[in-house]
Design a protein around this ligand. Structure first.
Ligand code: FPP
Length: 252
């Protein structure tokens, strides 16, 4: 049995974050346009939220569009944004039925208006659902989030009667309050598909103590079994949070 960041025992990760990589290669191997890979990927995204909810996961973050993804070919960016605008209204009924609350992480202001509207509408409509949170990460970058946090903190510090004292009072927990989304649970398990072993600017702060799991499967081929392998692997890990194995087993 391993422990969560708050010290409680848990064998199911409360917050799972996924880098859904491999859509392009999946499509290329089949002689299909890259966008078809994203379309199939979006189907898996919908399913994985339901599988995760069934497994007892409380929050799932999906890296749908990074701050760096704007540099992709214009047609691909347009296609991804169109997919978002089209899919969210279509998926709303299913999200309601499955108790999925949609949240976002990232700077939505740069998204096309239609996509922003679709996202905001789905967030509003699902706000009372409580089975699982789906955190759609859009125009998200971990470094950008930390820079925004530093700026936010600077303004707060300047407004305090004793700015130096206020600055001194900032620790890890306090700084977290200045990030874009300080209401999320720390990431327990970070999964990346597609065979690459890097975290690509995803959840840099909140995944500080995440267990990392890399899978060679291309995202459109992801399955319930694949998720279960990752969850089993997580359950078998000893999370030490800087302590020794002996200390951890004494508390456990
Ligand atoms: C990475 O695969 C995937 C993305 C950049 C987009 C992920 C998006 C989805 C799964 C669709 C759902 C999201 C929206 C916005 C509706 P890649 O294209 O880098 O694959 P490759 O490494 O094989 O080229």
């Amino acid at each position: 049995m391993n422990r969560s960041t708050d010290g409680t025992s848990c064998s199911v990760p409360r917050h799972v974050a996924i880098i859904m990589d491999g859509n392009g290669r999946w499509a290329k191997e089949r002689g299909l346009p890259r966008l078809e890979g994203h379309r199939q990927g979006a189907e898996r995204a919908r399913e994985v939220v339901e599988w995760a909810a069934d497994a007892g996961v409380k929050q799932i973050s999906l890296y749908a569009f990074s701050t760096e993804n704007w540099d992709r070919p214009k047609a691909e960016v347009r296609g991804l944004m169109a997919l978002l605008s089209m899919l969210l209204p279509r998926e709303l009924g299913r999200m309601q039925k499955n108790g999925v609350r949609l949240l976002t992480l990232g700077d939505l202001s740069l998204l096309p208006e239609r996509a922003q509207k679709a996202v905001n509408h789905a967030c509003h409509e699902t706000r009372l659902n409580a089975r699982i949170d789906l955190i759609l990460c859009l125009n998200y970058g971990g470094q950008q989030e930390i820079i925004a946090g530093v700026k936010h903190m600077y303004h707060w510090v300047c407004e305090q009667p004793e700015p130096e004292k206020a600055l001194e009072s900032i620790g890890v927990e306090q700084f977290r309050d200045f990030l874009w989304r300080h209401d999320l649970m720390p990431v327990d398990l970070l999964i990346r598909t597609g065979g690459e072993c890097r975290i690509s600017n995803f959840h840099l702060w909140d995944a500080a103590y995440a267990e990392l799991y890399f899978s060679d499967i291309y995202w459109p081929d992801y399955s319930k079994d694949e998720l279960q392998y990752a969850l089993n692997d997580f359950a078998s890990r000893e999370r030490r949070f800087g302590q020794t194995s002996e200390q951890v087993s004494k508390h456990g």
